[in-house]
Design a protein around this ligand. Sequence first.
Ligand code: FMN
Length: 391
Amino acid sequence: MKLRTIALILAAALCLSLAACGSSAQNNTQNNTTQLANTANQTENTVPANNTTNQTENKNRVAKDGAVMQTEDKSMPTRVPAENGTKINMYFGDTLITGVLNDSETAKALISKLPITQHVSRYSHDFCGVTEELPYNEADVHYGWLNGDIDYALNAPYFTILFEDEDVSEQYGYQVNIGVITCPLSDIAALKGDYDVRIELAEEAPASQKSDAAVVYFSRVGNTDFPANVDAVSSASLLSDGGTIKGNAQMMAEWIASEAGCEAFEIVANDPYPADYNATVDQAKTEQRSSVRPTLKSDLSNLEQYKTIYLVFPNWWADLPMPLYTFFESYDLSGKTINVFITHEGSGFSGTINTISQLEPGATVVKGLSVRGGSVSGEEQNIRSWVRNNK
Ligand SMILES: Cc1cc2nc3c(=O)[nH]c(=O)nc-3n(C[C@H](O)[C@H](O)[C@H](O)COP(=O)(O)O)c2cc1C
């Protein structure tokens, strides 16, 4: 009789633990008793997630804190992956869900165990399964998540990929963010049921499978010797990226290369343009009037191996900057697709698509995006979406 009672207590404890994962799955409003931070699974110094006082106290520990977020493209994860994060592949049967893990203590411990097979089940806002215990830093523990987050939930513990409901997620506590998926949220939301997910490091593609695309760009910054004290705030058309001055076309080129998974090559003229903006504007006009072909420092003969070229440049006097004429007259891009991206301050593409088609008659010239210089910093997701949708 005693043995039966003990067995019943153990079974009830196991059910409670599993219900905590399921809770993240079911209707939030109905499941306050079985949330991720289920009190039955908390250690003495933890607090219930649905305790509003503690939620207020812990406001500085929610998922948003410290996260670099994008909010332009709701179809993609909110958190921008850690720049030097570890890329992983997660195989849900035949479906590949890609992700990037961060450098938290927990993520590092998981990375050291890869490859692993993790059992997960689908719930209303996550795929979740009990996982091996991993170390964590108390300072990384927070409430809530951002859509697309890969989290380690301390109660149980659970491995969870949260693809929905970030707006109401702060009622759930005791999570450590270990990364984010990098594919559209709908890819994972479309999956149903249970999976033994194989999680492995994403291998660097062998040379033979490397991208058949390349970005080629021209930007004023790379073609100007600015004085060391030039600053992006007072200088028209310059962007500051973590303290580094960047041109608008350069910024766009970097996003395109990152999205396409390919290299970016810059067109650089031998003679730099003047640091003074108006002097450059005047010089460009003079060059255009006399059809100058500035000689190039860049050797771009390796473009031969690529099928797709993303070309990014600024509109100069309703035309291509003259170094681009030199570029097109130096390299035959026949057989390639040229996706054209322009940045400007009102003139859009002007006649540049026709001009490029005439200069490269054997290439397929595709109108990409035209982005106002002043709006470039807010256009990252649009630019990335274009690349994704036109691969
Ligand atoms: C020499 C020069 C000529 C320009 N001519 C035009 C123009 O005709 N139409 C326009 O909309 N913007 C014009 N602009 C603005 C640039 O196209 C715009 O600021 C662009 O975002 C700069 O990109 P970058 O930082 O990569 O050089 C000109 C800029 C320069 C420097």
